[in-house]
Ligand binder design. Structure first.
Ligand SMILES: Nc1ncnc2c1ncn2[C@@H]1O[C@H](COP(=O)(O)OP(=O)(O)OP(=O)(O)O)[C@@H](O)[C@H]1O
Length: 260
């Protein structure tokens, strides 16, 4: 018998006033999976993500996390079990890197010495030099460094699930690529279950095991890249056409000998 999903959405609906933000969405995320949610602006991606940690409450349907109905779990306890990475890092500007990373362990009553050790461990994990970054304020970091701190903070309480809302969207392409690859390695190494929002189908194809495509509050398709290509949904096929076209053009433009 298959085990219950780490995150399960069953027939979930959510409205804001007269606007139907999510309509009958069902999606399972298995333990250890990396799922990307792809879709245009306003398609319901953030709403879907935030229902899992009760930053938003559903109107209908059921959401489970690690087999428990989220309505039966205290929202604060739930949020401490689930790491969350914000688009712009979401760091507290007046707190140092170390204090930003240590904030959840501190709320959980971990001792100062253990927090300091955990901060060092996390900085190493996200590949930031400890001595150089520990005491800086977020304003003294590059966008990529801020996102690395955001990932470290999300992992501080050793969650098994990480939710990421467009985490690498605002970065230059090289930094974005490096961070995506590094996060993917962390996901595997720590045995995490990750759900990441992105506008970018190419990023989703390169990083995720499975992709869920949202449009107008509906889940249009979900599956591996191969399954998506066979979905038959015109919007999904259009989203897949762009990365394919770009890959073909790049292959034609870049001489193979330059691919060092
Ligand atoms: N708190 C709210 N009050 C009213 N409407 C909301 C609220 N949150 C979201 N919405 C609306 O619900 C719809 C879905 O929003 P959501 O943020 O989930 O989309 P999204 O796909 O994440 O978009 P983006 O990529 O622009 O962040 C949008 O039309 C949005 O305006």
């Amino acid at each position: 018998m298959p085990s219950s999903p780490m995150i399960g959405y069953a027939h979930v609906t959510k409205s804001f006033g007269s606007l139907m933000a999510l309509s009958d969405v069902s999606l399972d995320v298995a333990e250890g999976e990396f799922v990307a949610i792809v879709g245009g602006s306003g398609s319901g991606k953030t709403t879907l993500l935030r229902l899992a940690n009760r930053l938003i409450e559903a109107d209908g349907g059921t959401i489970t996390v690690e087999g428990e109905d989220v309505r039966d779990v205290d929202p604060v306890a739930l949020r401490r079990r689930i790491g969350y990475v914000f688009q712009s890092g979401g760091l507290f500007p007046h707190l140092s890197v170390a204090d930003n990373i240590g904030i959840t362990p501190r709320l959980l009553g971990v001792s100062a010495a253990d927090i300091a050790a955990r901060v060092d461990e996390l900085l190493e994990l996200v590949q930031l030099d400890r001595a150089a970054h520990r005491d800086r304020l977020p304003e003294a970091l590059s966008g990529g460094q801020r996102q690395r701190v955001g990932v470290a903070r999300a992992l501080a309480a050793r969650p098994r699930i990480v939710l990421m809302d467009e985490p690498f969207g605002a970065l230059d392409p090289l930094t974005r690529d490096a961070l995506g690859d590094d996060y993917r390695s962390l996901h595997r190494k720590l045995g995490l279950t990750t759900v990441m929002i992105t506008h970018d189908m190419t990023e989703a194809l390169l990083l995720a095991d499975r992709i869920a495509v949202m449009r107008g509050g509906q889940l249009r398709a979900q599956g591996t890249p191969d399954e998506l290509t066979r979905s038959g949904d015109a919007y999904v096929l259009e989203l897949l056409r762009t990365p394919r076209r770009q890959a073909d053009r790049l292959n034609a433009l870049l001489p193979q000998s330059g691919a060092a």
